[in-house]
Design a protein around this ligand. Sequence first.
Ligand SMILES: Cc1ncc(COP(=O)(O)O)c(C=O)c1O
Length: 385
Amino acid sequence: MKYLLNPRVKNIQISGIRQFFNMIQKYENLVALTIGQPDFPTPSLVKEAGKRAITDNITSYTHNAGMPELRQAACQFVKERYGQVYDPLEETIVTTGASEAIDIAFRTILEEGSEVILPAPVYPGYEPIIRLCGATPVFIDVRETGFRLTAEALAAAITEKTRCVVLPYPSNPTGVTLNKEELQKIANVLEEKDIFVLSDEIYSELVYEGAHTSIAQIASMRNKTIVINGLSKSHSMTGWRIGFLFAPAYITKEMLKVHQYNVTCASSISQYAAIEALTAAKDAPRMMRHQYKKRRDYVYHRLTSMGLQVEKPSGAFYLFPYIGTFEQSSFDFSLRLVKEAGLAVVPGSAFSDYGEGYIRLSYAYSMELLMEGCDRLEQFLKEQN
Ligand SMILES: Cc1ncc(COP(=O)(O)O)c(C=O)c1O
């Protein structure tokens, strides 16, 4: 019967991050700086609201697009924080994490043969969904431009088949963000073109220099941009599975159908708690951001002192140093790091072929673990010389 299984599904792989994570489970006493998940507990107000939702029987289906109060709170939040203005009833969908938002957005806009442009190295959650749609990912190598997608490179990659450009900033795995001027140049390229932008802004609350800016704030782009956001990273709520889609009504209306037949609605308990996150606990990300910034500065300083070449990240919670000088694949390097130094990181190749030559360290870990991890890396590097 195997031959009857959908070849598109058979051809996709489980993410390189998970593969590596599963493989190193057998090693003991590891310091693991692998996972992109906040180490803070969910704010207590949010946890209390979740408990209340269960006690008060808020345990039924909600509106497919999400509780109206939550959509209202989400729109209010992005308006206050980033100046993004969306209608809670017509232009907002509450999803099961940003992951579902990516899935339903692609399934709504892509057809067989469509091309999707992605700046790479890139988060591995896009390519498999693009391929499941019968579409083709087109990677732009951004290693030579400080991991930033430039307007020139974008213009050169556009073809008749281009349906969408993914802007995943702040970026996982590099931590790089685009500023207003860079976004404006990209908008100039896209202005006259019928191409959607999928702007994945899941790390928008974790920007350390300046304010988060979104291409959707540029007037000419609003009508073609789908914004993804959520509470996983901002409020340390990865397990609650709450994401958001903001897009003009003509797209949202269609995405809502895919969402309805996919999950009906996000969990009512999580939605109820999410209202609290975006109202009473709306400042919770500030405290976490403050801690992440200290950690970023510490690890960045340690890596550069070891002689590693690394872009200083302005957002998210990752560093992506270059290890190509050691003349081994990022996978072999990472495996040796596990076996010989007791330190786990993610091989850059998990972020497309363009991540080869790099490793990703997450600093969503306590300062003690980061110190120990850096010590182990330093020792390992010394032994290479
Ligand atoms: C860039 C990016 N987008 C989306 C997601 C998925 O987020 P969620 O856990 O809300 O599904 C992640 C998770 O690591 C991510 O790094």
